[in-house]
Design a protein around this ligand. Structure first.
Ligand code: SF4
Length: 125
């Protein structure tokens, strides 16, 4: 049975409305994309949606109590909530270098969680 799925392309400010038609999991057509990036995005959203994780972890002995962290690559969308929950329980020791691996291979995805900034040792508050 044919089904349509609607997405909004997030790859540029035009935010094209995409309509993907599939039949039994096979992509038949993508409409509404103004370029190939959007075509590809709609197919990825249908087959294997992924998102970049962006959150914070606690810091011990740093000038700030929290460190912003990000996934080095997008992970499956279905795992984002669990990844954020996992990272909520993580505490790192300052100092931290920009890009330092904070949590390797989050949830077995092969993707590392890394520091978004450097954080010096010191007293927070
Ligand atoms: S389909 Fe192309 S033009 Fe449209 S929002 Fe996506 S990247 Fe931008």
């Amino acid at each position: 049975m044919k089904k349509t799925h609607n997405y909004t392309c997030i790859n540029c400010p035009l935010s094209c409305s995409l309509e993907l038609t599939e039949e039994d999991g096979e992509v038949l057509e993508v409409r509404g994309a103004d370029c190939k990036v959007g075509q590809k995005y709609a197919v990825e959203e249908f087959r294997n949606p992924r998102r970049t994780v962006s959150t914070t972890v606690r810091v011990q002995g740093g000038v700030l109590p929290l460190l912003p962290v990000v996934s080095a690559a997008p992970i499956p969308k279905a795992l984002v909530r669990e990844a954020v929950r996992t990272l909520a329980a993580v505490t790192v020791e300052a100092p931290v270098a920009d890009g330092q691996v904070i949590y390797p291979d989050i949830l077995g995805t092969g993707v590392d969680i890394i520091a978004s900034r450097r954080l010096e040792a010191g007293v927070s508050g």
